[in-house]
Ligand binder design. Structure first.
Ligand code: FES
Ligand SMILES: [Fe+2]
Length: 417
């Protein structure tokens, strides 16, 4: 698309973060701007679990926006993150999704790098029989693989390209650090990994995760089974600058559920699913943390989710692929202390939640539907006025889009829109 360089990429409508111009979901120039100002900008990005790199020299491949990353544990046990790109011509140094390495050797011309990114050697660097090769002025120290700033917390690994962004714990805020320790602060085991192709811009998915308004409506099953209703005791926390959010609820404390029936919501129509499940194991839960909080969804700007939905535990990352496509990467986990029955039940709940189940299938579908609806009208805008125009949580209720507006507050700060 040819654009006038003097024209701004977007003219944000009146109304601040209560209006989201459709063009930000569809324009390739805006997508490229996001890569620079968000994903290579002042944010902390989730890369993976320490449990994925349990031993010295193990690695797993990750993605920070469009940039391929190697998350590894070096020979001394230190967790590191390097750009997965040879300093010669840019070939990815590793291409199998996980494995073990002692050094990084490019398949193209065999340039070789240590696990801290420093260049060790190049094939034929002194030429052959004194001819050819790299010039004497070539300094290997100038050709290291870029290493990222890394922060490890309770088995989760975050990284950033930014030297300026505040420390991780300040970036998210103390309640968020506490919930990470609560859900991840004991030896974890990986139960499974899966990916879901989303036919929508990445921001439509993160908006969906931050939107408690839809959870018991689109996901009729949740409301029908009284697993997640906005009438349950719960709330929202917004984190540093309001860019992040935690939504939590207590399953055992529902009161006033009749609003679902009075307002004639689809999820009140219990006939849609019959009168209950024959296999109760999918909805029977146990209290993992002894605090009665049966659901927490924690998001970090821009694209990380830590999920405790009853006993279904997972981390999710939304990887942007293009303006119109994203990849949702899930890692389901449990604890080393789990009984075989608990581990099996976590997996069963994960299947109910995942792309072949009832929740994520619906979230993926709705993102694709919205993208289809907006693609032709970049000048129009979404309306986000549930709960007013602010980003502060409203005590005692989750009937608000404040946390979605919080995402857009971070988005506008990073992109300058
Ligand atoms: S591109 Fe890696 S050695 Fe040439
Ligand atoms: Fe959802």
């Amino acid at each position: 698309m040819l654009t006038d360089p003097k024209e701004p990429l977007v003219r944000w409508p009146e109304g601040g973060v209560t209006r989201i111009p459709y063009v930000v979901y569809t324009d390739p120039a805006i997508y490229a701007h996001e890569q620079k100002t968000i994903f290579r900008g002042p944010i902390w990005h989730f890369l993976g679990l320490e449990a994925q790199i349990p031993t010295p020299n193990s690695y797993v491949l990750a993605q920070m926006g469009d940039t391929p990353i190697i998350l590894l544990r070096d020979g001394e046990g230190t967790v590191r993150a390097l750009v997965n790109r040879c300093a010669h011509k840019g070939t990815p140094l590793l291409y199998h999704p996980y494995g073990n390495v002692e050094q990084l050797m490019c398949i193209y011309h065999n340039w070789c790098f240590a696990l801290d990114g420093t260049m060790i050697s190049a094939a034929f660097e002194r030429g052959v029989r004194g001819k050819g090769g790299l010039p004497p002025s070539f300094n290997k120290a100038d050709h290291s693989i870029p290493a990222l700033r890394v922060h490890v917390i309770s088995g989760l690994v975050f990284a950033t390209f930014s030297a300026e962004v505040m420390d991780f714990e300040d970036y998210v805020g103390p309640e968020f650090v506490a919930n990470i320790h609560r859900v991840c602060g004991r030896p974890m085991t990986i139960l499974g990994e899966y990916q879901q192709k989303l036919h929508c811009n990445w921001k439509l998915y993160i908006e969906n995760v931050k939107d408690p308004y839809h959870a018991s409506i689109l996901h009729a099953f949740n409301g029908v089974m009284k697993m997640d209703r906005l009438t349950m005791e719960g709330g929202i926390m917004k984190g540093t600058r309001g860019w992040h959010h935690i939504s939590y609820s207590k399953m055992t404390q529902e009161s006033g559920g009749e609003v679902y029936e009075q307002d004639n919501l689809r999820s009140a129509d219990i006939a849609a699913y019959g009168f209950g499940l024959r296999d109760r194991s999918i909805t029977d839960v146990w209290d993992d943390y002894g605090d009665g909080v049966s659901m927490t969804i924690q998001t970090h700007f821009p694209n990380f989710v830590l999920q405790q939905l009853r006993n279904c535990l997972a981390v999710r990352t939304i990887v942007p692929v293009s303006p119109t496509e994203s990849r949702l990467v899930w890692i389901a986990f449990g604890y080393e202390s789990d009984t075989p029955e608990h581990a099996a039940n976590r997996l069963k709940q994960a299947n109910m939640m995942g792309p072949s189940g009832l929740i994520s299938m619906e979230d993926g579908m709705i993102g694709g539907m919205v993208h289809h609806g907006i693609a032709g009208d970049p000048d129009k805008a979404a309306v986000l006025e549930m709960g007013g125009s602010g980003i502060d949580p409203i005590p005692g209720t989750r009937v608000s889009e404040g946390s979605v507006r919080g995402f857009w507050t971070g988005y506008r700060a990073c992109t300058g829109f």
